[in-house]
Design a protein around this ligand. Structure first.
Ligand code: 5MM
Length: 341
């Protein structure tokens, strides 16, 4: 492993003014997104949609540091035969790959999941590296509910995240470590804070045990935020203040950067929260975005599967990418939302 090179890639992924496009929806998830815009989820439509995003020259070259791809996408070519990976590289962004293979029910822990995909991961990483991937992603899913999460679910998921991260670094690939605490329930922000704190502490404990080099990774956490069904929704300032406090308590300064997931927040909320955190200043790591839904909901709607809407889809994507890029520097304000280029 060459740690200096891993660190260089990790720092590039969190370049101030840029962030990561999470375009790694598995087949089931992209089908759900396409269903919402009444587009059939065929291989060709998935390719056309993602090609539209990767050919958004302004967004990709100015505001996007890297793209997380799904296995199908990393092997696909654009309509003219150019590998999609090349489009990303030509724009100056870094190709990345989701390497987990989804979740399975966790025995003895009703309602809880463990992320799988470690078998043969070393061989898969080699192939992804040859294809151009310089970082990877693995997502653990932790749900909050009555009696959950158990320490069992937190432990096994943290262990798998660290196993994955160590294998990535051995393959000269920067691991994005994503322990996601879902915001689906009716819990309040303080319960989210407590659970996320336990999850992050266990994750970093496992990373240390398995000798993962913190300088060569990026953390992708949820924010400390109220559950979607909680009657009392925390304000932007409270989310920003509690998320920063939580991260300072759990994330070593050796980690080069933190790139948040959006987790079901609205586009503007995800931007406003990131902006407020970066405005607070004095942070030991760079804070940026690695959004899926909060970057793609608008372009998906604008595109709606029609070739004549490609330019509109690209405009919508560029706008969201620009808003979040500004937020990564604490320079966003709500008035900018109306000025779509
Ligand atoms: C893009 O969605 C990703 C893939 O999820 P599935 O494997 O379930 O299809 C997801 O891991 C994503 O990268 C992160 O959760 C961030 O996306 P959001 O939409 O939460 O910002």
């Amino acid at each position: 492993m060459n740690l200096a090179d891993l660190n260089k890639v990790a720092l590039a992924m969190v370049t101030p003014g840029k962030g990561i496009l999470a375009a790694d929806e598995s087949s089931g998830t992209i089908k759900k997104r396409f269903d919402a815009i009444k587009v059939e989820s065929t291989e060709e439509n998935r390719r056309d949609y993602r090609e539209m995003l990767f050919r958004s020259t302004e967004a990709m070259s100015k505001y996007v540091s890297g793209v997380i791809l799904y296995d199908e996408t990393i092997w696909q070519n654009a309509k003219d035969g150019t590998p999609l990976v090349k489009l990303i590289e030509q724009a100056g962004a870094i190709p990345g790959i989701k390497v987990d293979e989804g979740t399975q029910a966790l025995p003895q822990c009703p309602g809880e999941l463990v992320t799988v995909g470690l078998d043969k991961l070393a061989e898969r990483l080699k192939k992804y590296y040859e294809r151009g991937a310089r970082f990877a992603k693995w997502r653990a899913v932790i749900d909050i509910g009555s009696g959950i999460p158990t320490m069992t679910a937190i432990s096994v998921n943290a262990h798998a995240l660290a196993r994955y991260a160590a294998l990535c670094q051995a393959a000269q690939i920067v691991p994005i470590v994503e322990p996601e605490v879902l915001m689906d329930g009716d819990h309040d922000i303080d319960r989210c804070y407590d659970v996320t704190q336990r999850v992050l502490n266990k994750t970093f404990q496992e990373l240390r045990v398995q000798r993962v080099e913190l300088e060569g990774m990026v953390l992708k956490p949820n924010m400390a935020i109220s559950g979607k069904k909680c009657p009392k929704q925390a304000s932007v300032d409270e989310v920003a203040e509690k998320t920063v406090r939580l991260l300072k308590a759990c994330v070593p300064a050796a980690v080069p950067g933190i790139a948040f997931l959006s987790g079901g927040q609205s586009d503007e909320e995800a931007t406003a929260h990131l902006n407020a955190m970066n405005r607070s200043g004095g942070l030991p790591w760079r804070l940026t975005f690695s959004y899926g839904r909060a970057l793609q909901a608008a372009p998906q709607k604008a595109w709606s599967g029609k070739a004549e809407n490609v330019a509109a889809g690209q405009r919508a994507f560029t706008h969201r990418a620009r808003m979040n890029a500004l937020a990564s520097k604490g320079e966003w304000e709500t008035g900018l939302e109306k000025k779509v280029a």
